[in-house]
Design a binder for this molecule. Structure first.
Ligand code: MN
Ligand code: MN
Length: 357
């Protein structure tokens, strides 16, 4: 079709033909990042569950723009749009880290946002759970853009439901454990989702692995609950002493001690506030952004990933869009690692954006 023949003619074109009609010469996918579609990387926008089930993309981006379970600085409701916008590339981008053009190998779409409204935590969690379940049941890996970290409870619960009876392990990057029983008496805040996931049976405590914890929270009684329930924790001090790669290798083995599948949850505040200042609860002394990006490649390359979220990006507290850029690259590293796995397994390419929407 005429539209497809224009695809691939963009900034990277080595031999741009002269004399084309400027009104139609570029496909939207190849126009500059700030022109045209506002979907993630200008990928096809497929919000309808039936269309997702018909096409079975490999990955679907989902926005969860909800921040009213935040305990300190709000603003992460604006995270999904900021993460989608935090790119200066369009078209078939090329991962120098993994040597692959990911959108030529796997089919990635943007499934839009869960239809949240403000104020009502229970309603927001219910629609996020339904949206993520719809994507996962369509056979796609949901990559969910938060939102505050409370959204991991509905999101990971939905993935656990979709993959049952196969079981999940969770690898959780964060400065904070997020295992409180309540936050000022509220059970579903951004400080409690990991406890709710374990209590509900979505994941076993022994397969819940936390990386990057530091600072001055949680209190001893919460740490005792974590020990009692078998959670595995890797403090930031351990990364400083052993290096991230060795710690992540242990984290992968612990999360897969029983389960076959992994849900990856990335609170962007695991990165040092100097490199990711726009978060709800900034905690000094964190990972380098390059360490986190490498860790995501390491995890996704080694496991069967069935769901992921990147949360707590709060654009009003961001500086020069640094935090949104790191979060965007977290998503791109996961997509690129999934694409490299498909190629390395000798499976046929399933290019993104090749079908009409
Ligand atoms: Mn968190
Ligand atoms: Mn945190």
């Amino acid at each position: 079709m005429a539209d497809e023949t224009r695809r691939g003619r963009g900034t990277n074109d080595e031999d741009h033909p002269a004399g084309l009609d400027p009104y139609t010469e570029f496909h939207d996918f190849d126009l500059p990042a700030w022109v045209g579609s506002t979907s993630f990387q200008k990928l096809p926008h497929v919000t309808d569950g039936e269309a997702l089930r018909a096409h079975r993309p490999d990955v679907a981006i989902v926005g969860a723009p909800f921040d009213e379970a935040s305990s300190h600085r709000p603003g992460s409701r604006f995270g999904p749009r900021a993460i989608r916008a935090a790119t200066y590339h369009a078209g078939s981008v090329n991962s120098l880290q993994l040597g692959i053009q990911p959108f030529e190998w796997i089919d990635v779409v943007d499934a839009g946002d869960a239809p949240v409204v403000p104020v009502n935590v229970d309603r927001a969690h219910a629609v996020i759970r339904r949206k993520v379940l719809e994507v996962a049941q369509a056979g796609a890996i949901p990559i969910v853009l938060g939102g505050d970290h409370s959204i991991t409870f509905p999101s990971a619960s939905a993935v656990a439901e979709a993959v049952a009876p196969r079981r999940l392990g969770i690898v959780h990057f964060d400065a904070h454990a997020d295992t409180a029983n309540s936050t000022w008496g509220v059970l579903n805040s951004h400080g409690t989702p990991m406890r709710r996931l374990i209590e509900s049976g979505a994941v076993a405590g022994a397969n819940f692995v936390q990386v990057g914890l530091r600072g001055y929270w949680p209190p001893p009684e919460t740490l005792e609950w974590m020990r009692h329930n078998g959670l595995r924790t890797h403090f930031m001090t351990e990364i400083e002493e052993r290096g991230a790669e060795a710690v992540i290798a242990d984290a992968i083995a612990e999360a897969l001690d029983g389960p076959e599948l992994i849900y990856l949850s990335v609170d962007i505040d695991v990165v040092d506030p100097g490199m990711a200042p726009g978060t709800g609860t900034p905690e000094p002394g964190g990972m380098l952004s390059r360490e986190l990006l490498r860790a995501i490649r390491q995890v996704v390359g080694a496991v069967e990933l069935v769901g992921m979220d990147v949360v707590e990006v709060s654009p009003p507290y961001d500086v020069s869009e640094i935090t949104a850029a790191v979060a965007h690259r977290c998503v791109m590293e996961a997509i690129s690692a999934l694409a490299a796995k498909r190629r390395d397994a000798g499976l046929p390419a399933r290019p993104s954006g090749r079908w009409a929407t």
